[in-house]
Design a protein around this ligand. Structure first.
Ligand SMILES: *[C@@H]1O[C@H](CO)[C@@H](O)[C@H](O)[C@H]1NC(C)=O
Ligand SMILES: *[C@@H]1O[C@H](CO)[C@@H](O)[C@H](O)[C@H]1NC(C)=O
Ligand SMILES: *[C@@H]1O[C@H](CO)[C@@H](O)[C@H](O)[C@H]1NC(C)=O
Ligand SMILES: *[C@@H]1O[C@H](CO)[C@@H](O)[C@H](O)[C@H]1NC(C)=O
Ligand SMILES: *[C@@H]1O[C@H](CO)[C@@H](O)[C@H](O)[C@H]1NC(C)=O
Ligand SMILES: *[C@@H]1O[C@H](CO)[C@@H](O)[C@H](O)[C@H]1NC(C)=O
Ligand SMILES: *[C@@H]1O[C@H](CO)[C@@H](O)[C@H](O)[C@H]1NC(C)=O
Ligand SMILES: *[C@@H]1O[C@H](CO)[C@@H](O)[C@H](O)[C@H]1NC(C)=O
Length: 538
């Protein structure tokens, strides 16, 4: 018991108001907060989530920049990863993305090497055994997706990668994936025919199963990996499932990629703004209209689905948008939107500008062709002429928030209704259940708070009804001075900032006072914990 006197006062006040049978006793400070409707049981909430729900995708061409090599791992990366994992979660790693479709294994090669033009365009990434050996630098228990090149249309290339991955790291492989975003392949390769695509995919996965020792890949395949684009080759899960992609029983999960905003061309770049990426109504619309039909097709077929790759703004983000605190709020909200829609996992993409992706994109590589790290990344893994010193970005803390929200195994998540008086566009809330009981609550106030704002948009919530018998709850806060804050040292999770990989500052846990009020400022998110044992790091 930390504060016996406060506790006694609360009991006394509670019994006083009970004995008087009224709510409005003149001596009792009245809760003035907004009450949320939070069902007490998990009935109707999501599937039970694994602690691998929040996972990562890394563009393989930049593997060495992000992770170093087997003998010299990138310290910043592994430090940042360790803070996430020590909170009790276990992200899976997908070395995937566009450059996986020109990735080649060569037994005589070593660390990954890019073959590029002068502008930094990546034609090929060659990896040797050292690439797979570097997987051993990840914390114990880390699992991987073995990603294979479908883009070069060479079964030998794809099969050699699969065999090498199994030879060097068979215990670490959870899934196999053949090709990235077939929606972007030349459709002539299959004459616009979904059936022809499926035939080749089934032939190759079958041949690879036979080549990989011990049936490691059989039935472990991700299928689709499409973007949401309605291209002339229809290969999203919603297209592939009715066309029979799983007729040979190869599919483990269906993967779809989610990028609601883009800087690939000027028209879409104009829409990639902080107000737009923090419009919750629009984020939900995209999830329901673009993603959910494929998710539902997967679930109805009895298989799971994942967001195999996603981030806020395709073509490497938007400077001054995705490298600000707005991105942290976006990550938390979007991951929970997909948790509620029963994704088995979501793989947040990290990488750098790919100059072949679009000739009219906003971002570019550095002048000397060195990587122009994506501004939606959680961190810049190395010093670079384009992005400055290696550091965590403001969005890094989103992973700590999500880790502490989802670290209880078998957590079920529910989106709460927007209480009256709050804007649907600017508010979202999620309840977390474990063993059927309410354990945690996320409150995200997405009202924009800039330095020039005339109000800080603070909302007071009353959570007293959901506190335990002792009327207690604890709060951790993800905050920054403003929504567009770009300085990582000013962005905190529970009082700590992480710019250079080490936590700065003391852990701050707020105890909910006896009136049950939790205040959340505009452009801020909090995690409310109803069990003291769930308060990490205290
Ligand atoms: C690993 O990377 C370091 C630093 O870049 C380099 O000096 C070393 O030669 C590399 N090791 C191997 C085995 O390639
Ligand atoms: C693989 O395809 C890419 C283009 O997608 C091409 O630049 C590269 O040369 C191809 N590699 C091989 C080994 O065929
Ligand atoms: C594929 O579809 C596109 C768009 O519908 C069409 O323009 C193209 O001619 C088709 N290609 C083939 C090979 O059928
Ligand atoms: C996809 O595009 C085709 C035309 O190419 C159209 O007939 C179809 O309705 C579209 N599907 C969706 C889901 O938008
Ligand atoms: C948020 O998005 C919805 C759906 O796209 C739109 O109708 C609404 O006007 C947007 N709200 C704001 C404040 O931009
Ligand atoms: C981002 O903001 C900085 C500082 O306000 C400004 O100098 C820069 O031009 C902006 N960059 C872009 C791409 O808008
Ligand atoms: C998610 O799964 C739960 C539990 O099976 C189910 O009740 C719920 O309807 C599903 N939600 C969606 C959006 O599919
Ligand atoms: C307030 O600041 C934001 C971000 O810098 C800017 O977009 C907006 O136009 C400003 N609003 C006013 C009223 O000056």
């Amino acid at each position: 018991m930390r504060q016996p006197s406060a506790f006694l006062v609360r009991v006394w006040l509670a019994s006083l108001s009970l004995s008087l049978g009224v709510h409005a006793h003149p001596f009792v400070e009245q809760p003035k907060g907004i009450e949320l409707h939070i069902p007490r049981t998990a009935s109707g909430a999501s599937i039970e989530h694994k602690t691998s729900f929040s996972s990562f995708s890394f563009e393989p061409a930049f593997w060495v920049e992000f992770f170093g090599n087997a003998s010299q791992p990138n310290e910043l990366t592994f430090q940042l990863l360790s803070h996430i994992i020590e909170r009790g979660v276990q992200p899976t790693i997908r070395p995937g993305g566009i450059t996986m479709d020109s990735l080649i294994f060569d037994a005589s090669a070593s660390d990954p090497v890019r073959t590029m033009n002068e502008e930094g365009g990546v034609y090929r990434t060659t990896v040797g055994p050292a690439y797979y050996e570097s997987w051993s630098n990840f914390p114990t228990g880390t699992k991987f997706v073995s990603t294979l090149n479908f883009g070069n249309e060479s079964l030998d290339i794809a099969r050699d990668m699969a065999v090498a991955s199994a030879q060097y790291q068979r215990d670490k492989i959870l899934y196999f994936e053949l090709g990235n975003e077939p929606t972007n392949y030349p459709p002539e390769r299959w004459d616009n025919s979904t059936e022809a695509y499926i035939r080749q995919w089934q032939d190759w996965t079958e041949s690879i199963d036979e080549a990989v020792e011990g049936d490691l890949s059989r039935g472990k395949w991700w299928a689709s990996s499409a973007t949401t684009d309605n291209t002339s080759l229809h290969v999203r899960p919603a297209d592939l499932i009715p066309a029979g992609v799983d007729s040979t029983g190869q599919v483990s999960e269906y993967s779809i990629h989610s990028y609601a905003f883009s800087t690939c061309d000027p028209k879409r770049a104009a829409l990639a703004t902080i107000p737009n990426i923090l419009n919750h109504t629009e984020l939900v619309r995209y999830a329901d209209e673009e993603i959910y039909p494929s998710a539902k097709a997967a679930l109805d077929s009895g298989k799971g689905w994942v967001i195999g790759e996603f981030n806020s703004i395709s073509c490497s983000g938007a400077p001054n948008v995705s490298d600000t605190f707005a991105q942290a709020l976006w990550v938390v909200d979007v991951q929970l939107i997909y948790a509620v829609r029963n994704a088995s996992a979501v793989y947040l993409h990290q990488g750098a500008t790919l100059v072949f992706q679009s000739s009219q994109q906003v971002n570019e590589a550095a002048d000397d062709g060195s990587p122009g790290y994506s501004t939606y990344d959680l961190f810049y893994p190395r010093d670079s002429s384009k992005r400055g010193h290696a550091r965590a970005l403001p969005s890094y803390v989103s992973q700590l928030f999500l880790a502490e929200a989802l670290n209880t195994p078998e957590t079920r998540v529910r989106a709460l209704e927007t209480p009256e008086g709050l804007s649907e566009d600017h508010f979202s809330a999620y309840a977390f259940y474990s063993d059927g009981a309410l354990r945690k609550l996320a409150l995200i106030n997405m009202q924009l708070y800039f330095a020039n704002s005339t109000s800080d948009h603070t909302v007071s919530f009353d959570v007293s009804q959901h506190c335990g018998p002792q009327g207690k709850a604890w709060v951790k806060r993800m905050t920054a001075p403003y929504v567009d804050t770009g300085e990582t040292e000013l962005v905190t999770w529970a009082g700590q900032s992480f710019e250079n990989g080490s936590p700065i500052g003391r852990v701050e846990v707020e105890e909910v006072r006896r009136n049950g009020i939790v205040e959340v400022k505009g452009s801020e998110a909090v995690l409310v914990l109803f069990n003291e044992g769930d308060v990490y790091g205290w």
